[in-house]
Design a protein around this ligand. Sequence first.
Ligand code: THU
Length: 136
Amino acid sequence: MSDTAKSVAGLMDAAREAAANAYAPYSKFRVGAALLFDDGSIITGCNVENVSYGLTSCAERNALFRAVSERGANRKIAAVAVTNLNGKPSPPCGACRQVLSEFAAPGAVVHFPGEKGIETRLLKELLPFQFHLDAK
Ligand code: THU
């Protein structure tokens, strides 16, 4: 296995481990995300649902908010792995794409289960025309 394949597998393993903590009693869809930052650190998150369904928070955003809450906003995301324990495709939702983009390095990639196995895409491809303000 190449070094790149090993690091993708490692990031996916971290995402799968995080998915085991998912709180998803309503959808039963357990998601995990692992963010690799430009300093080599990895921060994970899982989805946390609520009986008031709209208050549910996705794995990707939970990982990002955890990272910023714990360590500030100085690091950039180099890669993201998303997975689920349901054996289904799960690219990040649109809201998560926007939130991840705010902290993404220019070439940031996203690995996720697609229809035919793991897909890898630039975050920029997944979210063309990211919303931003000039004053950023
Ligand atoms: N979910 C995520 O955690 N990430 C996504 O990008 C899409 C959806 C969660 C939210 C909810 O708990 C469950 O998956 C079903 O929608």
